[in-house]
Write a protein that binds this ligand. Sequence first.
Ligand code: PLP
Length: 376
Amino acid sequence: MNEYSETVQSLLRPEIHGLPAYDPGADSETVSREFKPPRVIKLSNNENPYGLSPVAAQAIQRRLDQGMGRYPDPAGKELCRVLAERHGVEHRRVVLGNGSENILELLCQAFLGKGETVVAQTPCFGLHEIFPLMMGAGVHKVPLTETFGFDASRWRQALEGPVKLVFVCQPSNPVGTVFSREELQALIAYTSENALLVVDEAYYEYARLDPAYADALDLLRHVNRPWIVLRTFSKAYGLAGLRVGYAIASHANLIEALHRVRTPYNVNQLAQEAALAALDDVAHLEKSVSLISQERARLTQALRVAGFRVAPSHTNFLFIDTGMDAIYVMRQLLRAGVIVKAWREPGYDTYIRVSLALPADNDVFLQELIRVQNRV
Ligand SMILES: *Cc1c(COP(=O)(O)O)cnc(C)c1O
């Protein structure tokens, strides 16, 4: 059958020719079918093992009972209103996304053109690189220091030239570490007012447990320059399957720009209802954040005792130097039914990123990792 490969290739925008697809890792069904492990434990997407709040589940059921034949509110007015109120900003400074990754995409579509420059971190959340490349922009990645810290001189250097967008992942995915208030302030100072500063706080609800955490919104609230802070219901709130994230911007005109490139009904009705209900169920959020944080301390300690280097995490995942080839480790763990993410960026090819889960599942991971370690 003629697949018109050359035609398809020649129809593509040149930016898409070599564009990598986002790698979500293995899925549970495939692993189950291929290796037939006693159980599959998925620790590769930083999901909340406690799932969504039962109050949110009820809100979804109520909405289903009312029928789903109508389009959702195109701008999610009620959810934006509640989020605006909670964060003490005007509702016109809030936008919803089909996950916060949708907002990353909108930002790139609205602001980036061919040959322009984005500054991001390395190691890097995949989409901070893929979406700019999709628009034909170049990504300058600033590394962390040896000890996973803020490299002031490299950030300053990177931000000297003409830069359009700056992506800061606070806390970092995949490392889990944070920049201090002073460091974030320095970074803000280095960033030209002619650039848009984007702070991706996907793990905010975990990080804020630490009273010293540099809350990006608190820091930027009084800074008059273009900025936008991204948060999500996918991680601590446990709504990953529903797809809803949001952003708060320095100015309403920034949000208006995103509305122009957004599909009109990007956040579905169930997601809007569930997010509203989830915001009210503070007890559920606090319970999962607290249980996960306890596991984080316990597992970090156990891994270090076993001789692994573990980055100090402020999130629901750990970045672990296995001392072995990460792809080999990932494959060995897959056979045991444990799905982790092998890091593929240069300099980090012995690292895996592992989501924290229920205590028993974390124990299985630890046991299996030690088993791999003992085999080599
Ligand atoms: C998970 C994640 C997101 C995307 O989350 P959504 O499910 O799209 O809301 C965005 N940024 C970072 C750094 C993440 O880890």
